[in-house]
Design a protein around this ligand. Structure first.
Ligand SMILES: Nc1ncnc2c1ncn2[C@@H]1O[C@H](COP(=O)(O)OP(=O)(O)OP(=O)(O)O)[C@@H](O)[C@H]1O
Ligand SMILES: [Mg+2]
Length: 299
């Protein structure tokens, strides 16, 4: 489990890639010379030359590049984080672009400035709310926003699993005053990303969400972070998501391509619109084609 002590900022941001690799002991001064010589001789990129000489792996180079650009990168071997976190595990892949694009659209909608808390809502189980919440939160955090990801799905919580965290203390513990927010929040390997997992499953989730304490927790989080992303249970199954929707500044609706019925999507929209909730936009999740949400539509 990640802990608060491991959350440190990287100090290597201003250095060139060769110095970063030398300072971190990945290459020696002699290696550096060989790499630079090949780089100059063949007109290669530094990383390319180093891999070509067998001195470094591609992962070493990506890690150094991420340090150079102050971009959190975890590679794939060190942290036992769920494979679903494509935004952390594959930050150099084209897949992440879709989350960056969503983030940019949300920033334009005021998220991170005038609006802070966003809930991910969809009609059914399995639409991709948790997958998108986790990756979107990581994307905001990677680009410097102090972000907290909240698991408000007390019925089928999964955020703690994705981030390999314990769930013995979380949102439910804070609501019933068994823990403070500081005790319940976990760090992740990305310094700017914190997690408030669901906590132990309460027998009365809907009632708990309606307590003034829950609203106070969201308000406190908004004061502590730039961005608060809240994962919710399926809208059609319980009234939990409707209650949560009225505690946040905006809603992102998720539809699973080829699965979500227009009727059920419109029904969620209608219910949200008759409440105080503000719908920011919708996401069409297409996991079967590209293993990522592909299209974003705002209305
Ligand atoms: N775009 C995607 N690419 C790859 N896998 C995806 C994608 N969207 C969803 N999945 C996978 O589909 C499964 C269901 O997604 P997820 O748990 O996010 O749905 P959910 O809407 O949160 O469901 P629930 O309402 O039960 O909480 C997960 O295994 C998730 O990793
Ligand atoms: Mg979920």
């Amino acid at each position: 489990m990640s802990d608060k002590a491991s959350c440190t900022m990287d100090a290597n941001s201003a250095k060139d890639i060769g110095s970063i690799l030398k300072d971190t002991g990945k290459i020696t001064a002699a290696d550096l010379e060989k790499i630079v010589a090949l780089q100059e001789e063949k007109g290669m990129l530094f990383g390319e030359a180093a891999v070509n000489l067998g001195i470094l792996t591609k992962d070493d180079v990506n890690r150094a590049l991420s340090h150079q650009f102050s971009y959190p990168y975890l590679g794939d071997e060190k942290y036992p984080i769920g494979r679903e976190l494509v935004s952390i595990l594959q930050p150099f892949s084209h897949q992440i672009e879709v989350f960056r694009s969503l983030r940019s659209k949300l920033v334009l909608s005021g998220i991170g400035s005038v609006l802070k808390a966003v809930a991910m809502v969809s009609p059914n189980q399995g639409d991709g709310k948790t997958f998108i919440s986790a990756n979107l939160a990581a994307t905001f955090a990677q680009l410097g926003s102090k972000t907290v990801l909240v698991d408000a799905n007390f019925r089928k919580p999964r955020i703690h699993e994705i981030f390999n965290l314990k769930n013995n203390c979380g949102m439910s513990s804070v609501i019933i005053k068994r823990a403070s927010l500081a005790q319940a929040i976990s760090c992740t390997p990305i310094p700017t990303l914190h997690i408030l997992s669901s906590g132990p499953q309460p027998p009365n989730p809907l009632e708990l969400l309606g307590w003034p304490d829950t609203k106070e927790i969201i308000t406190s989080l908004k004061g502590m972070y730039d961005v608060v992303i809240v994962d919710t249970p399926a809208f059609s199954n319980t009234a939990d998501a409707l209650v949560i929707s009225n505690l946040v500044d905006g809603i992102l609706m998720v539809a699973l391509k080829g699965d979500t019925k227009k009727e059920s999507f419109d029904n969620v929209k209608k219910q949200l619109k008759t409440s105080a909730a503000r719908i920011l936009g919708s996401i069409i999740n297409e996991p079967d084609t590209k293993k990522q949400p592909k299209r974003f539509k705002f209305f």
